[in-house]
Design a protein around this ligand. Sequence first.
Ligand code: ADP
Length: 284
Amino acid sequence: MYEDNLYLSNLYEYLEQPVPKRIGNLSSGPTPERGLEFEDVSFTYAGASQKALNGVNLQIKPGESLALVGENGSGKTTLIKLLTRLYEPTEGRILLDGLDLKEWDVEALRKRVGVIFQDFGRYQFTVGENIGAGDVRHIDDKQRWKKAATTGLAAPFIEDMPDGYETQLGRWFQGGRELSGGQWQKVALSRAFMRSDADILVLDEPTAAMDASSSEAEVFEHFRTASNNKMTILISHRFSTVRAAAQIIVIHQGKILERGNHESLLAEDGQYAHLFKLQARGYQ
Ligand code: ADP
């Protein structure tokens, strides 16, 4: 009873979290062609002494892709958390379709965004439900599971398992099975593709746990076809995939250090060029 009680304390801790007041009630903006814009955005975590983001300006228009490059702790994930309105900027503003995120109805906003964070959820559900969780309105929709799993590259190994999409995952329930790190990642990737309404796709280190670089190339191939006319944001340490993005931004200690495309950044011969050459040498 004592041990089970500990789980209940998790529940109570969760229930005690403050629910932010819902502001904003609009579900569309005046100028969709402007896409997503950050205007002088700064952000400081509660209790932190330093800004996690400092005066960030950027724009991604529909159909464009952006890659964020920077060492750990430079603020890449924070930027994504602000974009999804998990946090609000301390200074500056973020606009989607020309409308401040604060004015957006948060449900309407979140429907527009599909994200996989590095620390994605590994649910003690069936593999199908693990994918379906990407869009809870369709959590049981087997057709959508399959479509998303195909795009997210999880379909082949799922279909190889005796119970297919009904396979129980995790060890909490009898007969549940564990997946490898790379397989879980493909499940998470497929989960992001459940959100077919989402036109902003964010991959935060999507392939860190995947095995070979060939599988990374494959993921991005799929990702790009699935993201026609969508806005894509990619965080990766692998320059072989970063270089394909139309716009590349190098962040350092919360500030934008360099921006451009692969060729212009190489020509600039700054931090990007330095890191790219270091990594390219590693592959030779
Ligand atoms: P990246 O994604 O580039 O690795 P993050 O955006 O996660 O970087 O972190 C940026 C900075 O903000 C780091 O200094 C990190 O320690 C800090 N930070 C991240 N999350 C939190 C948090 N929840 N509370 C306080 N500080 C945080």
